[in-house]
Design a protein around this ligand. Structure first.
Ligand code: ADP
Length: 481
């Protein structure tokens, strides 16, 4: 099959979260499975400098955006025989400090930027000289208008557009803009109805994708069920329920070439479940780096996260207030909401020998934390898939997770399966329930045989891309049927 993946972020070129990891890995895995894969994404600041093999192409994007025409060049990078990444080069829109906004504020022209990007995707798909794509697979709201634009382009020009698949990585981010943004789409007015792009008088890019895509996926089976309910549906649950027959949940895979405890350029000490000495050394190094007492006997808890409401960082802060009186260490790596940042910084000042708050984004440090910590905390309010708990499993860091979305689908608690347990789960979204889970972790840390068994289970749990790739291939086949 010939597949075009359209995403506003792709690892290793750009990343704010799991979306980037997933699209980068999906592209690689589909190509390895024999598909012809192109990925299209914006050319953000810094990419050109880091990837000197970028080459110009003959493609010029030239599309109307409301009243004006917008042009961009397309540059390309081949990542292998069947995998090429195409970057939409529009410096005015994409050569910026950040992907979506600065100082916790979205760029005000995000509607222009991503409606333009969606139009660029459609024009790129339309102008393929070497045969059309079978599937255009769009990710999240930033590419959300693509299915509607594909349909209209087909209608307008007589072109038979590819089938479209939408993957929802996070329903909470919808790309909702004032009605004036609709003018930028150049779609006819009959697309702006409650059965189309309109959502309570606004434009809603994700809703448009849910309605117009031929097939829908989200990133875990449990989240696929959750988003059809009022509690998790972010007001789009009625739209999703109407399309439930075309919605499946596919748990993301892990790119084990990247997230591995062997031959990992970010780690000084290799290890495996047979030879755990390296983990202890990584822990020691991490404690030294963070300025924590270098003690092997104290359990080290960690979290690496966007500091956003979704991630349960508020209940974590409250639980730590209670738990840091015990003999434990904690490190947070994250950035986001300034008030939450301050909360963790204050905590770290109060417990200088126990708690560290590293505010910022640091990919290499995230590997060192996973390798050095004993427990990894993910108390999310909701979690579409979550990748860090799966990385933690591979790194032998026992995940402590709330029973929701992909966290529930990827971690096994002792009460569910004693033999195969590899993590600790809690249900209620409260700091008390989380503190109880942390207490269980302290007991587990002191119960060496059980800890060893759970670490073994964790490190041998397999979320490799082969299964995920098969599932997506089946979705493409269903979209084409
Ligand atoms: P989400 O996509 O909702 O942010 P995921 O768990 O799916 O959550 O993916 C988060 C990804 O982003 C992981 O690869 C994680 O390591 C990374 N990440 C998040 N915050 C940071 C940070 N401050 N520094 C480095 N990596 C981070």
């Amino acid at each position: 099959m010939k597949v075009l993946l359209a995403s506003s972020e792709v690892h290793p070129f750009s990343k704010t979260g799991g979306l980037a990891d997933m699209v980068g890995a999906l592209g690689k895995a589909l190509a390895a499975a024999g598909h012809e894969v192109a990925i299209i994404t914006p050319l953000y600041r810094g990419i050109r400098g880091r990837f000197s093999d970028l080459r110009p192409t003959d493609w010029t994007i030239n599309v109307p955006l409301g009243e004006t025409w917008v042009r961009a060049q397309v540059v390309a990078l081949s990542l292998g025989e069947r995998l090429t990444v195409y970057f939409v080069d529009h410096p005015g829109y994409f050569d910026r400090l950040a992907l979506y906004g600065e100082n916790n504020t979205d760029y005000p022209d995000n509607p222009q930027r991503f409606i333009f990007f969606s139009k660029a995707v459609v024009q790129f798909a339309h102008l393929q000289p070497d045969g059309p794509f079978d599937i255009v697979h769009v990710h999240d709201w930033q590419a959300g208008l693509v299915p509607a634009l594909l349909q209209w382009e087909g209608h307008r020009t007589g072109w038979r557009p590819p089938r479209s698949v939408l993957t929802i990585h996070n329903l909470a981010y919808q790309g909702r803009f004032a009605k004036s943004a609709f003018g930028l789409t150049n779609l006819p007015p009959d697309y702006f109805t409650p059965a189309g792009v309109e959502f309570y008088g606004d434009v809603n890019c994700l809703k448009a994708a849910i309605i117009f895509a031929d097939f829908l996926t989200t990133v875990s089976p449990r989240y696929a069920r959750e988003i059809c309910t009022e509690a998790y549906g972010c007001a789009l649950d009625p739209v999703l329920r109407a399309r439930q027959a075309k919605l499946v949940g596919i748990l993301n895979g892990v790119d084990y070439d990247e997230w591995n405890t062997h031959r990992n350029l970010h780690l000084r000490h290799e290890y495996s479940f047979r030879k755990m000495a390296g983990k202890a050394e990584n822990k020691r190094d991490l404690q030294r780096e963070l300025g924590l007492p270098m003690r092997a006997d104290v359990p080290l808890f960690a979290t690496i996260t966007r500091l956003a409401d979704q991630k349960g960082v508020d209940i974590l802060l409250a639980a730590l207030e209670e738990m840091l009186a015990t003999d434990m260490q904690f490190v947070l790596l994250g950035s986001g909401d300034p008030a939450i940042q301050r909360g963790y910084q204050t905590l770290a000042r109060r417990y200088p020998t126990k708690a560290i708050a590293r505010i910022g984004y640091d990919h290499a440090l995230s590997h060192r934390i996973e390798a050095g910590c004993d427990f990894f905390l993910m108390p999310s309010r909701f979690e579409p898939c979550g990748l860090n708990q799966m990385y933690s499993l591979r790194y032998g860091a026992i995940p402590i997770v709330r029973r929701t979305g992909g966290l529930d689908d990827s971690v096994v608690d002792l009460t569910e399966d004693e033999k195969h347990a590899d993590g600790i789960k809690f249900t209620e979204f409260t700091s008390r329930a989380l503190a109880t889970a942390i207490r269980k972790a302290l007991v587990l840390y002191a119960t060496k045989p059980l800890l060893d068994q759970m670490r073994h289970n964790a490190m041998t749990a397999d979320f490799s891309w082969s299964r995920t790739t098969e599932d997506y291939t089946r979705v493409y086949q269903r979209a084409l049927a």
